[in-house]
Write a protein that binds this ligand. Structure first.
Ligand SMILES: [Cu+2]
Length: 164
């Protein structure tokens, strides 16, 4: 705050240099952004093992991101209006399996996420009676890729679907 400093003007020059470096940095970020690209998300192999009760049903599916950027699955809904939640099965310290809600699922660039028994799944609440061969439309909302839909098929032979 010394007034005597004001006649010297090194600061504007420094400031200009910073701005120039700043815009160069921005330009290179822009180029990097073009190179790394966008997520390219596909949802497939959606199956619902015939549920034990009409209260809830687990949906297993595969999400593949063949793009150059991560994406995030934010939520799922079903055509028939049933509530759908993202769940994860976890084995507790006492060895019992329990389910907990998962807020979001990150699908990294180049990564495939498989929802399988014992891990991630979509939980349909009150789907009603579902029988082998029935189909439900699911909508998966992604942060960047928007909403993707997939047809989930009810099967009484889930092991065969898995190739087991
Ligand atoms: Cu569940």
């Amino acid at each position: 705050m010394r007034v005597s400093d004001s006649p010297r003007r090194p600061q504007p020059a420094t400031a200009r240099a910073c701005i120039r470096i700043g815009s160069l940095a921005l330009a290179s970020i822009g180029i990097a952004g073009c190179v790394s690209g966008r997520p390219d998300v596909a949802v497939r192999d959606a199956v619902i093992p015939v549920p034990m009760t009409a209260d809830s049903a687990s949906v297993y599916l595969t999400i593949e991101n063949s793009g150059g950027a991560d994406d995030v699955l934010k939520g799922v809904s079903a055509s028939s209006g049933q509530l759908a939640h993202l769940h994860e099965t976890a084995i507790e310290s006492d060895g019992r399996a329990s389910m907990r809600a998962v807020g979001t699922v990150r699908i990294k660039a180049g990564e495939t996420v498989r929802m399988e028994p014992g891990g991630l799944h979509v939980m349909l609440m009150n789907p009603g009676e579902l029988a082998d061969g029935d189909q439900l439309q699911l909508y998966l909302a992604f942060e960047k890729s928007g909403v993707k839909h997939v047809k989930a098929t009810v099967t009484d032979d889930y092991d065969e679907v898995l190739g087991g």
